[in-house]
Ligand binder design. Structure first.
Ligand code: NAX
Length: 326
């Protein structure tokens, strides 16, 4: 058994938090030999509900759960953490557009970025789930400058998993037989699930699914899946989002399988013409907490246009929050 690692989860009493904490405590992310100490952050009005969640975690008697600490102070919640899931953020209300949401959430991520830089362990890795996650991660990365830029991530794994599920359904394959589905760009309906480089049972997707479906129904279904879930469930995706967060951090911790890649929104180094410094989802391989953008992937004109569009959206989001990027 290894020494316990400290794992922070913000918005821990929320819907995603409720699904995520039990998966982490069960060992689904870091493996069955890796004990964890959970450090949970909520806002003051969320603390009572969080106490209830803690009781349930205790009542599950997870052998790997070596401690639970709760706080409404980011400086306490991020003390010594090795891994951080930034899930909590202000939800979008009916009267808010995307720019309002960005402006409302920005200051939260300034405070949390600084608190991570001031308190976390030197090996910290951060995954931002709270929306707009790419731009929130950008804000946190700027606020937490002393933490190397490659440690800040935003989550597009749910988009990847949704795309894999649709490709599996269409071709009759199992989800695990669909590989190398890279998501490019923003976690929004402008992201591009790259079917050209994806594979089903080792075969290129364009050879097993028709182009019209891929460019049409497939892209639309993946882009609007979140809305469809809200309409059906009356609440936004929670268990699948938690599962994707576990997948993302597990890929980073345990590594990607040989010959396969996954999607992580990370700080662009200018690869594929993506402006340097944007938090942008790329196809990546990972090993031991570090990642690398996959080089040399083909992009046809259709893919290039989609990627240009999602770059434009992220640049406009960056413009909206420029005062927070000091
Ligand atoms: P909930 O509203 O159920 O939970 C959010 C929790 O965060 C609440 O308990 C709230 O008290 C807490 N919170 C708010 N501000 C906080 C702060 N400053 N510090 C700590 N906690 C704070 O939302 P939930 O369904 O759990 O979703 C959480 C976030 O994930 C939302 O921003 C949502 O849009 C985003 N999502 C991101 C996805 C992705 O793929 N990147 C997919 C799912 C989800 O839509």
């Amino acid at each position: 058994m290894s020494a316990p690692i400290r794992v922070a989860v913000t918005g821990a009493a929320g819907n995603i938090g409720y699904a995520l904490l039990f998966r982490l405590a069960a060992g689904d992310c870091y493996g069955k030999n890796q004990p964890i100490i959970l450090q949970l952050l909520e806002i003051p009005t969320g603390m009572k509900a969080l106490e209830g969640v803690v009781m349930e975690l205790q009542d599950s008697a997870f052998p790997l759960l070596h401690g639970i600490e709760i706080s409404d102070d980011p400086n306490v919640a991020f003390k010594g953490v090795n891994q951080a899931f930034l899930v909590g953020s202000r939800p979008r209300t009916k009267d808010m557009n995307r720019a309002d949401l960005i402006t409302a959430n920005g200051p939260i991520f300034v405070g949390q970025g600084q608190a991570i830089a001031n308190n976390a362990a030197s090996d910290v890795r951060v995954l931002v789930v709270g929306n707009p996650c790419n731009t929130n991660a950008l804000i946190a990365m700027h606020a937490g400058k002393s933490v190397p830029k490659d440690r800040w991530h935003a989550m597009t794994r749910l988009d990847e998993n949704r795309a894999k599920a649709q490709l599996a359904k269409k071709t009759g394959a199992l989800p695990g037989e669909v590989t190398n589905v890279g998501i490019w760009g923003n976690h929004s309906d402008t992201m591009f699930p790259d079917f050209n480089n994806a594979k089903v049972k080792g075969q290129p997707v364009p050879s097993v699914a028709d182009r019209a479906w891929l460019e049409g129904e497939f892209l639309k279904t993946v882009a609007t899946r979140g809305k469809a879930i809200i309409e059906a469930r009356g609440a936004s995706s929670a268990a699948s989002a938690a599962s994707a967060a576990v997948d993302h951090m597990s890929s980073l911790w345990n590594g990607t399988p040989a010959g396969e890649f996954t999607s992580m929104a990370v700080c662009s180094n200018g690869a594929y013409g993506v402006p340097e410094g944007l938090i942008f989802s790329f196809p990546v391989t990972a090993k031991g907490g570090n990642w690398q953008i996959v080089e040399g992937l083909a992009q046809d004109d259709f893919a290039k246009a989609k990627i240009a569009n999602t770059i434009k959206e992220l640049e406009s989001e960056r413009e909206t929050v420029k005062d927070l990027l000091k």
